[in-house]
Design a protein around this ligand. Structure first.
Ligand code: NAD
Ligand code: UFG
Length: 343
């Protein structure tokens, strides 16, 4: 298939582009580079020895999005879209809700309008475990009622609703809604990985920057949760496993009409200290930390029930927390400033 990957220069997108190429698909990337660098695709081409075309386009520019589809029309067209493009910082979304709704929701509507007009109706969408909100017991299962508790999460929930309505209105659509848990790690080569701008919000990128000397110490947000070691539990998933989940999902829905929801997680809850100690094993020495107050809005514990993805897609995670940290550390150590040129 020829697959268009929106947000394909970003963290999960670039790893998925690599997995799609290795699975024999042709790949076209669309990204506005608001949170990523084209260097990721340079490295994906190096790693795979395969071409990837890139379009510097914003999803808010609907004619430009249409132009990308049009560019391939004479050569068989685009068969499917994997849609990663979006803004993703929960805290920022609280302060800039209109920017988040406009970018994520309007951007998706533009994409869907172009896809419909061009007759491309196979879509895999990046949703998030955050749609389960704070009312569901763990582990999360797909049939639970959803209800996010922050603007970023609500953009994901609204897009899920839009896609459900689109699929209900026209049975020619093939749609996968993938709810990711906590993606970490990097390609085992250490050539591509997560390159957060500014101070990382997420645990593993923050620990990695402590390990490489860019930050003084980890602040552990909350040591008094009702969990085995007092710190919060999350379901960490290696970005390579997550990317393989996208290949499995696009292959599956290409052959199956309807709207489907799958959790992509390991089913295992790991604490902040579990992650810190796994990272220390990867680095080979202890890392400085301090236990601080809980972070506003954080839940004590959640993880996936990943059994639907196994039953329907034949997909499950394969990599351990130690492998996630080893691969994340290799990327960070070899690229202390991410994709930016060394100073
Ligand atoms: P990322 O920021 O690395 O990638 C997103 C990409 O989208 C970036 O390259 C950015 O430049 C691009 N983009 C944003 N708005 C755009 C627009 N209007 N037009 C074109 N390109 C645009 O993030 P990621 O971690 O790779 O996440 C990918 C997707 O997965 C996002 O939709 C995110 O919400 C979702 N997700 C991420 C996580 C996580 O923890 N990383 C968890 C659950 C869901
Ligand atoms: N944490 C720290 N110190 C830090 C950063 C995080 O102790 O410096 C803790 C958090 O308090 C939390 C755990 O580490 O207990 C994981 O935090 P992350 O920020 O890495 O991940 P979250 O589970 O809070 O959120 C992530 C994504 C969201 C997504 C959610 C569910 O950032 O976008 O997973 O998929 F919605």
């Amino acid at each position: 298939m020829r697959v268009l990957v929106t947000g394909g220069t970003g963290y999960i997108g670039s790893h998925t582009v690599l997995c799609l190429l290795e699975a024999g698909h042709q790949v076209v990337v669309l990204d506005n580079l608001v949170n990523s660098s084209q260097e990721s695709l340079v490295r994906v081409r190096e790693l795979t020895g395969k071409p990837v075309s890139f379009h510097h386009v914003d999803l808010l520019d609907e004619p430009a999005v249409d132009g990308v589809f049009g560019a391939y029309e004479a050569d068989g067209g685009i068969d499917a879209v994997i849609h990663f493009a979006g803004l993703k910082a929960v805290g920022e979304s609280v302060h800039q809700p209109l920017r988040y709704y406009h970018n994520n929701v309007t951007g998706t509507i533009n994409l869907l309008r172009v896809m419909d007009a061009r007759g491309v109706r196979t879509l895999v969408f990046s949703s998030s475990a955050t749609v389960y909100g704070d009312r569901n017991p763990t582990p999360y299962i797909e049939k639970m009622d959803i209800g996010a508790n922050n603007p970023y999460g609500r953009t994901k929930e609204q897009i899920e609703d839009i896609l459900s309505d689109v699929g209900a209105a026209d049975s020619r659509w093939h749609i996968a809604l993938l709810r990711y848990f906590n993606p970490v790690g990097a390609h085992p080569s250490g050539r591509i990985g997560e390159d957060p701008m500014g101070i990382p919000n997420n645990l593993v990128p923050f620990i990695a920057q402590v390990a490489v000397g860019r930050r003084e110490k980890l602040m552990v947000f909350g040591g008094d949760y009702d969990t085995p070691d007092g710190t919060a539990l999350r379901d960490y998933i290696h970005v390579m496993d997550l990317s393989e989940g996208h290949v499995a999902a696009v292959d599956h829905v290409a052959k199956r009409e309807g709207v489907f929801r799958w959790n992509l997680g390991s089913g295992i809850g790991s604490s902040v200290f579990d992650v810190l100690h796994a990272f220390e094993r990867a680095v080979g020495h202890p890392l400085p930390y301090e236990v601080a107050a809980r972070r506003a809005g954080d839940l004590p514990a959640f993880w996936a029930d990943p059994s639907s993805a196994l039953a329907d897609l034949g997909w499950s995670t394969t990599k351990t927390l130690d492998e996630m940290c080893e691969d994340h550390w290799r990327w960070q150590k070899n690229n202390p400033a991410g994709y930016a040129p060394a100073e």
